[in-house]
Design a protein around this ligand. Structure first.
Ligand code: NAP
Length: 247
């Protein structure tokens, strides 16, 4: 049974990826930060359909907590095959109004977390150190190339960093059996939009701003993540793929 660890899997896109992974036969690590009950509900849903999953608490912005997360995943799930770096936060403030702490929070949650988790994953997966290879999928955003919505400079810049990180890590570990790719979701119906008016407002924007005329679901992003993680994508490496309805 292959093992997948999904960061930020208590809600939204991460929860959809975890559920899809459970249905696809992965043993799933459901990482969460604060939403303990929601993470256990995701685990319960996977187990209810015959799958295997455990909930693992950690703030992935904190390297010590990430080290503990991966040790717990080793012990409770077994050898890691896939890491999905999904955890992220949205923040909305103008550049002339933000302070250092706000900026640091966004970059620690969205970018530093990817370095911490990918570092731990590579140490386990790399054929150079006796691992059996694996796949890493990073959640970027179309904000990386569009600049985000109004007030989204810090978020958009953090997602730009994820695109670049994906390309650089792909070069670093391409000869070590690890494929590294990223997804750029567009407007997806999750709680992340609460900071700028909620899902209903976002759906109104999607009706005019998205060529397909609608927002996307977390399940639609999950299908792309599962494909990138799977052997069906065996020659896809260093790719950044839009899941954005053409936007
Ligand atoms: P969401 O519904 O707000 O869920 C965010 C998830 O990330 C939650 O499970 C949350 O955990 C977790 N999380 C946040 N900070 C964390 C931390 N420091 N440590 C561990 N977990 C943490 O967000 P989403 O819309 O599903 O977004 C998931 C990813 O897709 C993000 O990287 C986001 O930037 C990206 N994305 C989303 C959209 C969109 O339209 N929704 C578009 C483009 C990209 P707790 O609840 O347990 O705290």
């Amino acid at each position: 049974m292959k093992v997948m660890l999904v960061t930020g899997a208590s809600r939204g896109i991460g929860a959809a990826i975890a559920r899809a992974a459970g249905a696809a036969g992965y043993r799933v690590g459901v990482n969460y930060h604060r939403s303990e009950a929601a993470a256990h509900a995701v685990v319960g849903a996977i187990r209810a359909t015959g799958g295997e999953a455990v909930a693992l608490q950690a703030d992935v912005a904190d390297p010590a907590q990430v080290a503990r997360l991966f040790e717990q995943a080793d012990a409770q799930l077994g050898t890691l095959d896939v890491l999905v770096n999904n955890a992220g936060i949205l923040a909305s403030f103008r550049v002339d109004a933000l302070d250092h702490a706000q900026l640091a929070t966004v970059f620690q949650a969205n970018v530093f977390s990817m370095f911490h988790c990918a570092g731990q994953a590579v140490r386990r997966m790399s054929t150079k150190v006796g691992g059996r290879g694996g796949a890493i999928v990073n959640l970027s955003s179309v904000a990386a190339r569009l600049g985000g919505l109004a007030g989204g400079a810090a978020y958009a810049a953090s997602k730009g960093a994820i695109d670049t990180f994906t390309l650089a890590l792909a070069k670093e570990v391409g000869l070590e059996g690890i494929r590294v790719n990223a997804l750029r979701p567009g407007l997806i119906e999750t709680d992340i939009h609460d900071v700028h008016g909620g899902v209903e407002r976002m759906k109104g924007l999607a009706a005019t701003a998205v060529p397909m005329g609608r927002s996307g679901s977390a399940d639609e992003v999950a299908q792309a993540a599962l494909w990138l993680a799977s052997p069906a994508a065996s020659y896809v490496h260093g790719a950044v793929i839009d899941v954005a309805g053409g936007r």
